[in-house]
Design a protein around this ligand. Structure first.
Ligand SMILES: *[C@@H]1O[C@H](CO)[C@@H](O)[C@H](O)[C@H]1NC(C)=O
Ligand SMILES: *[C@@H]1O[C@H](CO)[C@@H](O)[C@H](O)[C@H]1NC(C)=O
Length: 331
């Protein structure tokens, strides 16, 4: 028979008691932590109402879709001489990249990933009228504007003047400037308003766009303008459209504003949207005009603006970009 030491048994009991006390203390601390964390959690959930917290755009799923730092424009690198470039919508159409157009392309993309700290993408919505956001827009490191919008003195208080990239819809060149087949100076004068801004055109959207878009380059060269001319890469536009379609944006065509905002998310650390709204009233319930400069309604069914805006608001709530719909007070 083995000798059992009673004190060993007592020790074991003592250890059990200690263990029990330890477990109780641990549970209590965990409970307290949960309560404290819970309070913080509620506070954090409330925060977005008054304070918008930025997230890096690269944290969004966007980086898997569209490579703006390599493909936003046609370049000599991504579109070599001899390429049979497919149009975005005229899918049977092909443009043979010859020496003449190849030399118009930049060697490589002029921008790289997260190059700019703060970018403003300025839409033309009536929500910008009386916003007094001009100074805040001018304070951005890089400013995109859509479709030759007016930035004369009458509007600068609300929309600013700084412009780094301005897009031109070839239909404007056709309608307002006779496809540049006649006098070119009026068109040149309009572009001069944007000083050094690069001019960006969807030259390979459909076959009708190509010749007028190329003429823009000749005009600026003839007038010895410092402004660069770039063309959207059609495959980039196809990919961006597909990406937004997967998020529910169903339209004949996504808007230029959405394309620029998508590119900005890759090129900028912070993306601020101004003038993007799709409703007859602003968030305070006041009626607004369609554009900040006129009240001409768009072609119905061409763009799906409300669904674009809802996507922007969703990205805003996640802190990925910032949608400005109110008045600006500071910079
Ligand atoms: C335009 O570009 C020139 C030369 O690159 C520069 O000196 C000038 O400051 C620029 N002007 C504006 C308004 O950015
Ligand atoms: C478009 O997306 C496909 C894959 O979905 C990718 O292989 C291609 O490189 C993308 N092209 C551009 C120009 O972004």
């Amino acid at each position: 028979m083995r000798y059992a030491d009673p004190s060993a048994n007592r020790d074991l009991l003592g250890n059990r008691t200690l263990l029990f006390i330890f477990i109780c203390a641990f549970a209590l601390v965990t409970l307290l932590q949960q309560i404290l964390y819970g309070r913080n959690y509620i506070k954090r959930r409330r925060a977005p109402e008054c304070q918008w917290q930025r997230q890096l755009p690269s944290q969004s799923t966007l980086s898997r879709c569209c490579n703006a730092p390599a493909f936003l424009f046609t370049t000599q690198k991504n579109t070599p001489l001899g390429t049979k470039l497919k149009y975005e919508v005229d899918t049977s159409g092909i443009y043979h990249i010859n020496q003449e157009i190849f030399r118009m392309f930049p060697k490589d993309m002029p921008y790289y990933r997260s190059q700019f700290k703060k970018c403003a993408v300025v839409g033309n919505g009536g929500i910008l009228k009386n916003s007094r956001c001009g100074r805040e827009i001018n304070s951005a490191d890089f400013v995109f504007r859509c479709n030759l919008p007016p930035i004369s003195e009458k509007y600068t208080m609300d929309v600013g003047v700084k412009t780094d990239v301005v897009t031109v819809n070839p239909s404007i060149i056709t309608e307002r400037f006779h496809k540049l087949e006649k006098w070119r100076r009026p068109f040149y004068r309009v572009l001069q308003v944007y000083e050094n801004a690069s001019v960006l055109l969807p030259a390979f959207y459909n076959t009708r766009n190509t010749d007028v878009s190329i003429r823009v380059k000749y005009v600026l060269d003839d007038f010895e303008s410092p402004q660069a001319v770039y063309y959207f890469h059609p495959q980039y536009l196809v990919n961006v459209s597909r990406y937004w379609l997967s998020l529910g944006v169903r339209a004949k065509r996504i808007s230029t504003g959405l394309i620029l905002a998508t590119a900005a998310l890759e090129l900028c650390e912070e993306v601020h949207l101004f003038g993007f709204w799709a409703f007859p009233m602003n968030p305070s319930g006041l009626y607004i005009t369609h554009h900040y400069y006129d009240n001409v309604k768009p072609r119905p069914g061409f763009h799906a603006m409300p669904s674009e805006i809802f996507n922007f608001l969703h990205l805003h709530s996640r802190g990925i970009l910032r949608v400005h719909t109110g008045t600006c007070s500071c910079c």
